[in-house]
Design a protein around this ligand. Structure first.
Ligand SMILES: Cc1ncc(C[n+]2csc(CCOP(=O)(O)OP(=O)(O)O)c2C)c(N)n1
Length: 357
């Protein structure tokens, strides 16, 4: 099983922090600024993630979906996008959302159950996190189709997990994108489990990428813990979409280090040997840090400073989020129905201390 996880079409930065022959010229062609962005955002995503798990354990935020282990897939893909591009995320894409311009305190507000956590600042094109699996895919096709009809150059990116590829919505969206040659990218983070169900129990195809063939789209299976390779394939897919050549399906092979959410216990369905292999040997952040140090772009001390600054940034975001006023209970009933059904009207009246009907 571990061997099959290893088979990818493209890896540029190996687990030990060395570049492959193909990786060297690609790394050299990237600006130092971007290389440092890879690092800072991966550290920030991890720091935010670890703090959020602690906040959940302290009862300060609600159930939370950790991303640790998937930083390279999220950061590499999001840094290849422009401000004009549309992002349709799942509940795990905090690393993508922060790069797209979602303030950290607002991401925390979402996990505190606040409506404001769903609202992106003006000009930030990231949709609220989608919880029903794969629903965002056909909706993202609507945005991509609209952009195409209007002659805009924006690209739409739909993020989803391996489990989402077992849903009808996934197939409908790929079919639609193929037929109408839509400017979009399907970005799958294959972290190997849909909660407790391994990929082999969800899909008869050994990979996600090969599912693209049925829709006449290119599919690429990239090492999702290699930020350089993810950035590279995403750039190519985005450029292709902007040139009017249609959609690409990217499968970033990765692993979530922790549980599915803070309400789950992953030790019940994952082998210790498998977890250790991914956590100790394939960590996306230590691999990049070791390359940056070898290349003389950062010292070990500067790496530590970056971690400290990110901790401060997350601290101040939490301080801000914690000050937010508690919302009135009526918020529970807003924004879903234009006209509330009778039962919900009754419940709303109850929360307001009124009798109903
Ligand atoms: C339509 C639908 N069915 C079931 C669920 C319950 N559910 C929540 S997360 C999840 C697994 C999703 O796995 P995957 O798509 O691989 O994404 P990951 O959580 O691993 O990032 C399921 C089945 C849901 N949210 N929506």
């Amino acid at each position: 099983m571990l061997q099959q996880m290893d088979q990818v079409d493209i890896q540029l930065l190996r687990s030990d922090g060395s570049l492959t022959d193909e990786g060297r010229p690609i790394w050299d062609s990237i600006s130092i600024e971007m290389k440092l962005h890879f690092h800072r955002w991966m550290v920030l995503a991890r720091t935010f993630d670890r703090r959020s798990v602690i906040l959940q354990r302290q009862g300060r935020i609600g159930t939370y979906a950790p991303l640790e282990g998937q930083e390279a897939a999220q950061v590499g893909s999001a840094l290849a996008l422009d401000r004009e591009d549309w992002i349709f995320p799942t509940y795990r894409e905090h690393g993508v959302a922060m790069i797209a311009g979602m303030p950290l305190d607002r991401i925390l507000l979402y996990w505190m159950g606040r409506v404001e956590g769903n609202i992106a600042p003006e000009g930030v094109r990231v949709l609220p996190p989608y919880v029903p699996i794969a629903t965002q895919l056909p909706q993202a096709m609507g945005a991509a189709w609209a952009a195409k009809l209007k002659g805009e150059s924006s690209v739409t990116v739909a993020y989803f997990g391996d489990g989402a590829t077992s849903e009808g919505d996934f197939h409908e969206a790929l079919n639609f994108a193929g037929v109408f040659r839509l400017p979009c990218v399907f970005f799958c983070q294959n972290n190997h489990y849909a909660i407790s169900v391994p990929f082999s129990r969800q899909s008869a195809t050994p990979t996600v990428a090969e599912k693209s063939r049925a829709y006449n789209l290119p599919g690429v299976r990239v090492d999702g813990n290699d930020v350089l390779a993810v950035y590279h394939v995403m750039q190519e897919a985005v450029r292709r979409a902007r040139r009017g050549e249609g959609a690409t399906l990217i499968e970033a092979v990765t692993y979530r280090k922790g549980s599915h959410t803070t309400a789950d216990d992953a030790t019940r369905y994952r082998e210790e040997e498998e977890v250790t292999d991914w956590v100790e040997r394939r960590d996306p952040l230590t691999r990049l840090e070791s390359l940056l140090i070898q290349e003389g772009l950062l010292t070990a001390g500067q790496v530590e400073e970056c971690h400290d600054r990110c901790r401060e940034e997350v601290d101040s975001a939490w301080k801000k989020a914690a000050k937010a006023e508690a919302p009135p209970p009526s918020h529970l009933f807003a924004h879903v129905y234009a006209t509330l059904p009778a039962e919900l009207k009754r419940q709303r009246a109850e929360t307001e201390g009124r009798s109903y009907g």
